[in-house]
Write a protein that binds this ligand. Sequence first.
Ligand code: PMP
Length: 364
Amino acid sequence: MQETFYFGAGPATLPKAVLNIIKNDLVDYCGSGLSVLELSHRSDEFIGIVDQAENLLYELMGLSDDYAVLFLHGGATTQYSMLPLNFLHQGKTADYICTGYWSNKACQEAKIFADINTIEALIESEVVAIKPIDQWELQRQASYIHYCDNETISGVFNDLAGNESSTIREATLFCDMTSSILTRPIQVKDYGLIYASAQKNLGVAGLCVMVIKKELLNNVCKNIPIVFDYKKCFESSSLVNTPPTFAIYVLSLILKWLKDEGGVVESYKRRQQQAKSLYDVIDNSGIYENKVAVQARSKVNISFEIKDRALQAKFLQHAENHKLLGLRGHSSAGGVRVSLYNAMPKQGVINLLEFMRDFESSRM
Ligand code: PMP
């Protein structure tokens, strides 16, 4: 029977090997006689899980002791409010770089709490691109610059931390890496903080992982509700209340799996090849089109249209018949979207490319 592959943007595909471990641990966690779902968050077993997840994140992301790891409730959307709550003291402001749906949403949420400088950085014409940084009106007094490096819906990539501009290098960068964390090697020292919902590259929904420069924690605002206070989360080792224990457990398994697979360097190499072959099929085709400028193209979420819109539903239906699921674009964008997170097996992409070529030739 043909294998099923799931390209959905999140909750996303999980490695089969990890699912099999979960299956056993749901009934009896490591011979403890308890389900992993029943473990107390104060038990030695669970503290061991948290430590493993944290240590593996330090290792896989190359974190120095200057950074702390926080396991937070809610998704990245919760951080859209928590960032200004924690860091925008009375009268302070921040720059928000808008390049798509998620960075816009972060900006709108932050505006509930503070005076925010919005930078519309996307050019949306025949080709979708990011405006050069010298056209951005950044503010000298901004407490931080917020951006999203990988817009999951449109597939637009914005590598701000890798930018040579001195204004960027001197700024404190806050990055929403929900769809890109651990998909490419980065220099964490270039960031003030990075945060990511877990349900794409880190496991299951309900958990947000944050990597934060410790010195920022000394400057957190006063009188923040306890679960939203980054400093208190740090001081309590992310156990300010009952954390999403199952999601942290799955995170620890995913990180171990990624390490065994060769870590970020290997997964990056694999994805570069997979994304290249997918863009090659799109660019050389008569029926598919992707309008994102080459430099701004995501290697993780690749969105494209079928030029003849009438064929779109047929494409998705035929893909499902071939056991290629989750390809429908986000409801706000339509089209087709392929998510190539770390857990996507090679065979999934091979089958998809073959299907796309066959679909095209049967229409010509
Ligand atoms: N940021 C990005 C880049 C995302 O892709 C998503 C979810 N698709 C979010 C934020 C929101 O995540 P959550 O629903 O977990 O809050």
